[in-house]
Design a protein around this ligand. Structure first.
Ligand code: URA
Length: 427
């Protein structure tokens, strides 16, 4: 087998054989295929696609490149959620302890943020003392004791994807449905969860900008999960407007704690409960009502235990950025546009995200918005507050927001927009 014939086959729109796929993933993981050759293949896949059979084999080969976790020793059913990434998407933070409070076990192996979407681990690391890296026995211990653990995925899980994702990130080959689906599902299947709920974001702040491509990604992933014995469903959710009222690490922890305390923005509460219901159904606990566990403090209790179990202090004050700057409404009217992608890029430029894997993030940096599209605003009223430790970043962040926030003086205020959940995809 040689890699040049594999690249040529995909370049010429021929389907890859099972042997070609198995060999390619194995040889790339072992370092026998060079990064420039794998980039050429990834670009050919991005341009020419893969059939469902090729995606299934590619995913199976990536799973086989590493270890598989085993949660069979736990007394509770396992269930997990994966989001394809959005702006202000802090849902894992209230969701994991909420579902644990309802009786399931949630093993959330998460990643760090790269680009304009934040990473769950970066958010939790803004809590003083909290530790993302756990050994496998430590992780099982927290899961057994608390029912939820959010930690960094170990190096042993789908190492082929770890290498390939880093390469795609710097070669313009992230936005390919077969590559995204196989990347996400190889990690989730190797993680060993019994059921999985996918939150596939749609809109300017997401990988998938329109419903047809989001549907295709969702159905590809649901099929992959189902074929591997993981009960999998997907919700397509709106990411044209950012979620909640904050984007940035400590800012999002604060908002998540508000949700756990029974408050918080309506869209964050709605999506948390919708995903919790799906996760509980996947775990065979469809009769448990997550709204009750949120209202009576059990979810908050599990959050506090989960943070403490990983060295964090849930009562410690969260870091705040040293500098703030406001953007005010230019006129009386209605906020007609708040673009998710632009808000994500602004938060990233303020220091909440990183440009390279090894960069540090600022815990307090980010963007807060004080109105949502459809709300009436008055001239001079603060629309956004930008937070950073490094004020020289304000101008750069404001550049990202140019044209992304609009007030329409002649529009009528309307009720909070419709549900964030747009569609459900099941096997
Ligand atoms: N998240 C992943 O894990 N992989 C992708 O390819 C895209 C998003």
């Amino acid at each position: 087998m040689d890699v040049i014939s594999v690249i040529r086959a995909k370049r010429d729109r021929q389907p890859l054989t099972d042997e070609q796929i198995d060999w390619t993933i194995d040889a790339y993981t072992r370092g026998e295929i060079a990064d420039e050759q794998m980039s050429a293949l990834a670009m050919a896949i991005l341009l020419n696609g893969m059939s469902r059979a090729e995606v299934a084999r590619w995913t199976a080969a990536m799973i086989a490149s590493g270890e598989r976790m085993d949660f069979s020793s736990l007394s509770r059913p396992t269930t997990d959620k994966h989001s394809t990434g959005g702006v202000g998407d802090k849902i894992t933070l209230p969701l994991a302890p909420l579902v644990a409070a309802c009786g399931a076990a949630v093993p959330q192996l998460s990643g760090r943020g790269l680009g304009h979407t934040g990473g769950t681990l970066d958010k939790l690391e803004s809590i003083p003392g909290w530790r993302a890296s756990l050994s496998n026995p430590e992780m099982l211990g927290v899961l057994d004791e608390v029912g939820a653990v959010v930690c960094a995925a170990g190096d042993g899980l789908a190492p082929a994807d770890r290498k390939l994702y880093a390469l795609r990130d710097v070669t313009g080959t992230v936005e390919s449905i077969p590559l995204i689906a196989s990347s996400i599902m190889s990690k989730k299947i190797a993680e060993g969860t019994g059921s999985l709920v996918l939150d596939v974001k749609v809109g300017s702040g997401a990988f998938m900008k329109d419903l047809p491509s989001a549907r295709e990604l969702a159905s590809t992933m649901v099929e992959l999960g189902t074929d591997h014995g993981v009960r999998t469903v997907a919700l397509l959710t709106d990411m044209s407007v950012p979620l909640g009222l904050t984007a940035g690490n400590a800012l999002e922890v604060r908002e998540s704690v508000e949700v756990l305390a029974g408050g918080g923005p309506a869209d964050v509460v709605e999506l948390t409960l919708a995903l919790a219901r799906e996760m509980l159904a996947g775990a065979g606990l469809e009769d448990v009502d997550p709204a009750e566990a949120l209202a009576d403090g059990r979810a908050m209790d599990h959050w506090r235990r989960m943070i403490r179990a990983q060295g964090g202090d849930p009562d410690a004050p969260l870091p705040e950025a040293r500098e703030r700057q406001q953007v005010t409404a230019p006129a009386d009217g209605v906020l007609s546009r708040l673009d998710a992608y632009a808000v994500g890029v602004a938060a990233w430029r303020l220091g909440a995200g990183r440009a390279r894997k090894e960069d540090a993030v600022q815990a307090g940096a980010g963007v807060e918005w004080h109105a949502r599209p459809g709300e009436a605003v008055r001239e001079g009223q603060p629309l956004l507050t930008l937070h950073t430790d490094t004020p020289e970043r304000f101008e750069y962040a404001l550049g990202a927001l140019d044209g992304a926030v609009e007030v329409d003086p002649s529009a009528e205020a309307r009720e909070a927009s419709t549900s964030v959940v747009l569609e459900r995809v099941s096997p």
